[in-house]
Design a protein around this ligand. Structure first.
Ligand code: MLT
Ligand code: MN
Length: 310
């Protein structure tokens, strides 16, 4: 078995975002049918129902754990079904939740060396007591089994690979030119496979563009959870909430000739699901033309609490 639970389907800030009064945030606050609140992007995966691995730790992790009974302690006096964490980048929406995982719980944290080094530089992450929390380098381009803190496999195999993207917003360095100091490994995609029955899917919550290499990798796959941040590149400006384009933020838009919907038309993937969706994106409105278009093109829009069994 391979089970996925979406803890958070929103992008950085969630939906509604605390200071945002654009169409989607307003509709969600107003309880408009077909809309729902979305916390910041994170999934948990298990191959045995008991031991789960967290993929990205969002600032909303505390409430996400509370909301999903699968994540509650099962033994007295302390326990967590979460054996460890894998990080796909250093974004605030993907690492701030690590601070919620303090309190002497055995965990293994896998991340690229680039991400580990920024966690190390930020001493607030020392709340993760090294007696209990192992920080492990994520092996790239080679499948390996995720291990708990005691080095026992949890039945999940992972292959990590770099995808087009950029360094986390809070680490951008303008003196380093056009890419703000980004390097390979700042944005990672994952193939996650159950060791027992070989079921697998891809988790790619950030991706700046489709490449031939990525398209070949995804071809023939059962399911892809993919960067759904923006409907169109200029959306932040047209929603009057910012100036940055999707490309500037390292996100490929859903629509248009250079968008993900078009790109995936040429790739054989059985189930395509958008995740990490920004509160400006009209696909979050249950009755929008954009939502209809997405669904007509074979995509699903993930939501908090979505369960997927492969
Ligand atoms: C992103 O996905 O682009 C970031 O999460 C943006 C941010 O840090 O707010
Ligand atoms: Mn993000």
């Amino acid at each position: 078995m391979l089970k996925v639970l979406v803890l958070g389907s929103g992008a950085g800030g969630g939906s509604p975002q605390w200071n945002c009064n654009s169409d989607v945030s307003k509709a969600v606050r107003g309880g408009e049918p077909g809309t729902s609140p979305r916390t910041q992007s994170s999934i948990v995966v298990t191959a045995n129902e008991d031991e789960w691995f967290l993929f990205n730790a969002s600032p909303d992790l505390g409430s996400q754990i509370l909301k999903n009974k699968q994540m509650h302690p099962k033994k007295d006096p302390r326990h967590s079904p979460i054996s460890g964490v894998v990080l796909t980048n250093g974004d605030v929406d993907h690492v701030a939740g690590l601070l919620t995982l303090r309190e002497r719980q055995n965990l293994s944290i896998y991340a690229h060396q680039r991400v580990h080094s920024v966690l190390k530089e930020n001493s607030i992450f020392n709340v993760l007591n090294p007696d209990f929390v192992d920080r492990r380098e994520l092996t790239m381009n080679k499948e390996f089994e995720l291990m708990n803190k005691d080095n026992r496999g949890v039945g999940l195999l992972v292959e990590a690979f770099a995808v087009p993207g950029k360094i986390a917003l809070w680490l951008e360095d303008e003196s380093k030119g056009d890419n703000f100091g980004s390097d390979d490994g700042d944005t990672i995609g994952l193939k996650i496979t159950s060791k027992d029955d070989n079921k697998s899917f891809f988790y790619i919550p950030a991706c700046a563009r489709m490449t031939n290499e990525l398209s070949e990798k995804l071809s023939g796959s059962e399911m892809v959870l993919f960067d759904g941040t923006l409907w169109e590149n200029e959306e932040m400006a047209s929603s009057k909430v910012g100036e940055k384009t999707g490309q500037r933020m390292g996100h490929m838009n859903n629509s248009g000739p250079d968008g993900s919907i078009e790109a995936f038309k040429k790739i054989d993937v059985k189930r395509k699901i958008f995740i990490h969706i920004n509160t400006t994106n009209p696909i979050l409105l249950g009755k929008s033309d954009e939502r209809t278009f997405v669904e007509e093109n074979g995509w699903q829009v993930s939501y908090d609490g979505m369960e997927i069994n492969l």
